[in-house]
Design a protein around this ligand. Sequence first.
Ligand code: C5P
Length: 221
Amino acid sequence: MVTAGPTYEAIDPVRFIGNRSSGKMGFALAESAARRGAQVTLVAGPVALETPRGVTRKNVESAREMAQAVLPLVEQNPPPDCIVMAAAVADHRPSEVSAHKRKKQDLGTSPTIALVENPDILRALGVAKQGIAPLLVGFAAETQDLDAYARRKLREKGCDVLIANNVAEAGSGFGSDTNRVTILVRRGDDIDVVPLPLMPKQEVAQHIWNQLLPLLPRPGS
Ligand code: C5P
């Protein structure tokens, strides 16, 4: 199972809080897994990308919708062998959604939007992992101190592998067709660090699956 794209958190019927994720990295991962013969479900936030051949797609908009789509898939019997959370899920959402478009004249000169925390899907899966036991892969989009944040995130979110990318770097991250990522693989108390050069997202996806394949359960085991 792969998640991809941003989430949109509604303010009112016409406005939302979102982010610059294009979904390209997650879609490339889904496509590459399907090409290798995997049965892939892609849970996609609002993006303008075609569904890769052979992939089952579920469209969602908000973080809460994404959580509602992901959790039943994880609870299936058997659960997915691998969950890749490539989506850029919004950490917060407006605490209230106006039923009608907020009017400028009603808002005053410096309106505020109160936020509440969204469910952290990856962390919830990391906590539940003992029961479900798939390979859990997170993404970290950072603009500074990539290595330190990525190591911390790998531990805090309870995932097995973390794909870190510096979204502030030219040619890397949101919207771009290329990416430069570092793959962190947890091995007991140690972390293996695999830095990759800048390359098209399709090729990054191949490298990521090459790292993940030996960690996946073998068919029939
Ligand atoms: O904490 P941060 O948002 O940087 O973590 C990124 C990772 O966590 C990504 O794999 C993303 O899909 C996941 N995430 C999540 N639910 C959230 C926020 C992030 O699953 N609410």
